[in-house]
Write a protein of this length. Sequence first.
Length: 139
Amino acid sequence: MKHYRQELWFHTKTRRDYINITDQVQGAIDKSGIKEGLCSVNAMHISASVYINDDEPGLLRDYDAWLEKLAPHAPVNQYRHNDTGEDNADAHLKRQVMGRGVVVAVTQGRLDFGPWEQIFYGEFDGARKKRVLIKIIGE
């Protein structure tokens, strides 16, 4: 069995952002030479997420609005985590809802998606450098 590892790095300009990383993940599969296997993609920071959904601008705005209602950033004093001097407790909660990462089958060297599925990096406490790990195993 072969394996391949690659990191993606992000430094968003805004606090929250949603970035389609499907092409970058497929590029890693292409580099790996693996034709049949599994591809794991994980946000390696506790205030960011990797998830799968449709790349439709209205849906991305809906996610952002819904997450902000679910765990609003302000007022920052509503969260005990922020008593430490942080201001990102909401980002931790948003990450918990959206998840750490995804696993996608690789078939004939391609991500094996259902209709409309795409892989996204969700940033909830941006304006600093964070990474995503891609790990591919198979033959």
